[in-house]
Design a protein around this ligand. Structure first.
Ligand code: SF4
Length: 362
């Protein structure tokens, strides 16, 4: 389900205090700045999902989490259960704490916390659109391929660049937070109206880009499931965390880092993929699950009759891990399309169509 414009020009990006009502009930999105989250918190959320709605916890393409098929309106008890996870520290700013961070870069955590604190302590920034995305990265450039609005890349030797649209300016790390916040204010002050949600929608002479120069860089793609140094990148089939996944994860780690690629990083677990694999998670890039995604489709979304999740699931039984990435959607809105190279299939009629598009099959 995608968020859409309201007649008043606002956006419908959901939060807990402002859910989106989808075909299957209320949908809430929980922001996880930088992606770092306790396994116990994930387990609590999966428990809440099983008790009140669809028994899955969805990973979003911006590294956040979603609960769906909840009662509409949400009950006080349910809101209190979600608040008790600690993921709702600011009622006024809950929908604007969208901060992506390079998932393997532990050194960025203080920066993420500082950006989050600066956003939530700034009353004017509660007016940012729910679609507005901050990103921070290190020399790797990881996550800079995503659709951020303002980004900061920390480089070696206490250097760094601030990025906005296709422009960049050198900014010392000590000034990074202030400069991100200053340009977020410029965005709010100079956008043409409430229906301008992203920096990329601004004219190139916008004050948001003042003092910046055109910029382009070769960037790395998404992290693939599998070992990454001492850490393990773990894919979540169709981005849906289930109770069995959390049971396995709980035996292995206290915290993980969510990525924008329907996966998470388990620190220090590179040598230990077996239990997670047994639970149905993806620990190798050669799994067919590592190259198929889908929008939520029918029966959850009223815009289609296509059961996208069922088709994608059935297709993986006949696919190998080699071939193009496939994204199955129920209509031309193409929700959740990956930022990396992929082939989108709109409303396929049967599983054979998905398998044929995948380019190879068992
Ligand atoms: S059916 Fe269309 S509107 Fe609904 S989730 Fe899929 S792409 Fe989005």
């Amino acid at each position: 389900m995608t968020s859409r414009a309201r007649p008043d020009g606002g956006d419908r990006c959901p939060g807990v205090l402002r859910p989106f009502v989808a075909g299957d009930g209320a949908l809430v999105r929980l922001r996880v700045p930088g992606g770092l989250i306790g396994v116990d918190v994930l387990a609590d959320l999966v428990g809440i999902a099983a008790e009140y709605g669809a028994p899955v916890l969805q990973l979003t393409s911006r590294g956040n989490l979603q609960l769906r098929a909840l009662p509409d309106p949400l009950t006080e008890e349910l809101i209190e259960r979600i608040e008790a996870t600690g993921l709702l520290p600011s009622a006024s700013h809950e929908r604007v704490r969208n901060i992506l961070a390079a998932p393997l870069a532990v050194s960025l955590r203080p920066l993420v916390e500082a950006v989050d604190a600066a956003i939530t302590s700034d009353p004017a920034l509660s007016e940012l659109p729910g679609r507005f995305l901050f990103a921070v990265s290190d020399e790797s450039g990881s996550v800079l391929t995503e659709g951020w609005d303002l980004a900061y890349q920390a480089l070696e030797d206490h250097e760094g660049v601030l990025l906005a649209g296709g422009f960049a300016a050198q900014v010392h790390p000590a000034d990074a937070v202030a400069e991100l916040i200053r340009r977020a204010h410029l965005f709010l002050d100079h956008r043409a109206g409430d229906d301008v949600w992203n920096v990329r929608d601004l004219p190139t002479d916008s004050p948001v880009f003042e003092g910046m120069l055109p910029y382009g860089a070769r960037l790395p793609g998404p992290l693939e499931p599998g070992p990454a140094g001492a850490d393990l990148v773990v894919g979540v089939p169709l981005g849906m965390l289930r109770p069995a996944h959390l049971d396995a994860l709980g035996e292995l780690a206290d915290e993980v880092v969510l990525t924008p690629w329907k996966s998470f990083v388990v620190p220090g677990a590179a040598a230990d993929p077996g239990r997670l694999q047994d639970a149905g998670l993806v620990t190798t890039s050669t799994s067919p699950w590592s190259r198929i995604t889908a929008c939520v489709g029918a029966p959850y979304c009223a815009r289609t009759q296509t059961h996208t999740l069922d088709l994608a699931t059935a297709a993986t039984a006949q696919m190998t891990g080699a071939g193009p990435r496939i994204h199955v959607v129920g209509c031309e809105r193409r929700c959740g399309e990956p930022s990396s190279d992929h082939l989108t299939l709109v409303a396929p009629t049967d599983v054979h169509q998905v398998v044929a598009a995948s380019g190879d099959h068992r």
